[in-house]
Design a protein. Sequence first.
Length: 202
Amino acid sequence: MSSLIIHLYIGKKIIEKYNYSNSFLLGEIMPDIIKITGIKKEITHYMKNDREYDLSLYINNNLKENITDENLGYFAHLLQDKLFDKYLETRAVPVYKNNNKYAKYLYNDMIVEEQDFMDRLYDEYAIFDNILISEHGFDFNKIKDIILKENKYNEYTNVIKEQLIKHPVIKYNNMELLQKDKLFEYINNCVLEYDKYVNNIK
């Protein structure tokens, strides 16, 4: 999993490379939008278990006939989540004590409660999101307008609007868990891995 803005930043790169329509960006956010409405992540993200994505199942169900740019965007989201989880596993791993779940940071061996881990992760998402917007020319306001225009799902409209205007309250003001240079490597790798898949799909 990565942030909504990171997903859309990668999606914009893919659109520019393949000349897709803007519906690709809508597909980029739909797995998380549908999950927020109460559908289990195992279903929305085509997961075999809590750590493994079944990309082949999504391809077989949605990208064999009548391929749409929106469905390709949905697939890109799943691929990005898979690759992000792989990166995150180099920074932190789950540990269990007395049947309670904690997180262990691999870069300093600190063990923290699961909620503290999630707080730091989402704070660092927000920090990196701001870097993409302020330092790398990502016009998020323009992307918001594009997605709202492309949206054709009345049942998800309110959730989409809420997610696009969400302003996180940041508790941590520095990046320790995530690494700026590694996140840019991750972004580039997402595009390269997408290339491999899409060349086999079409």
